[in-house]
Ligand binder design. Structure first.
Ligand SMILES: [Zn+2]
Length: 325
């Protein structure tokens, strides 16, 4: 049976691409894909999103991976989770689980750049059972996380990666609380605490987009990729700065255009949950496109009635933010 030392050696000697021009000093000029994927998996075990030894290529995993990626890589370099998810199979402790009948194609595939192509071939991946058992233990997770961070990232960025890991787990917990029926907001968040702001922000967003199943409440668009990209934001109805209210009932899941239009007061919602459009949308210089067709149409609401937007919050928006003309 492999020992702890065996896995320490295994995660410390990942096969990664190297290149001074391709990867920055903070990643020690090595491709950060595999270490970041492993950190993301450890976070999802912390959250208990992963409870069994089955690691799915889920949007939650993709989103966590992206959050880490954005810390270590320049903004013009896009991180694709499909690469490490596939290529980790070169490491002894990571096993792709082919869908029935897809074993041969998976074995003969050497490169893959599309998440959808990979999802067509696999159910997910798993760790060695011994390794999974090890990292189910909180202390061991912490230990392996620190090994990965020390081995693959420069000293200057390590603290930030550890903090991101805490933010990921704490914001997930916060979102679960927010989504509870009859949850009373207790958290006293004060502005200026950077850590808490990030937890709040990420937690609120997760709660709202989960409540609406990643669908825009106004136009109905729903686009979500396993790379963790989603078209919608979590928008506060009464701004947080005024309400300190992160309950999903004070939120709407909105795509970028609808979010902007709502914040500008050009769209609002009636007490019958119908969209109202500002006359400004119809002014001569505006070409409001499909937005004007929303008038008097019902919004897309969460399936759980208790998560529907609060009528008080909507009234606030109509009377304080909405520009009738
Ligand atoms: Zn929209």
């Amino acid at each position: 049976m492999p020992t702890v030392e065996y896995y320490i050696e295994a995660v410390s000697s990942l096969h990664t691409d190297k290149g001074r021009s391709r990867y920055p000093a903070v990643t020690k000029h090595r491709a950060p894909h595999k270490p970041l994927l492993l950190l993301s998996v450890l976070d999802l075990i912390d959250e208990r999103t992963i409870k069994e030894n089955l690691i799915e290529l889920s949007p939650e995993l993709g989103e966590t991976f992206s959050l880490y990626w954005n810390i270590v890589m320049p903004p013009d370099k896009k991180g694709k989770i499909v690469y490490p998810f596939f290529h980790l199979r070169k490491e002894s402790f990571w096993h792709l689980l082919p869908k029935p009948g897809k074993e041969d194609i998976l074995n003969s595939t050497h490169e893959i750049s599309s998440v959808y192509r990979l999802l067509d071939l696999i159910i997910g991946a798993k760790f060695d059972d011994e390794f999974f058992h090890l990292v189910l233990n909180k202390e061991q997770r912490k230990f392996f996380r620190s090994i990965i961070i020390e081995k693959y990232f420069d000293d200057s960025i390590r603290e930030q990666l550890l903090i991101q890991s805490k933010i990921n787990v704490d914001s997930y917990d916060y979102s679960i609380k927010l989504l509870r029926k009859n949850y009373k907001l207790k958290e006293a968040f004060s502005a200026g605490d950077d850590y808490k702001e990030k937890v709040r922000d990420q937690g609120f967003r997760k709660a709202v987009v989960t409540a609406y199943n990643h669908r825009c409440a106004f136009c109905g668009i729903r686009m979500r990729t396993p790379d963790g990209h989603t078209v919608v934001d979590g928008a506060h109805i009464i701004p947080w700065s005024e309400s300190h209210n992160d309950l999903p009932q004070n939120g709407l899941s909105l795509c970028k255009l609808c979010h902007w239009t709502f914040d500008e007061g050009l769209l609002s919602v009636s007490d019958k949950y119908k969209i109202i459009t500002s006359r400004r949308l119809h002014s001569n210089e505006n070409i409001a496109g499909h937005l004007i067709t929303f008038d008097n149409r019902e919004i897309f609401k969460p399936s759980e009635i208790y998560l529907w937007p609060s009528l008080l919050s909507l009234e606030y928006h109509r009377t304080r933010k909405f520009r009738k003309k």
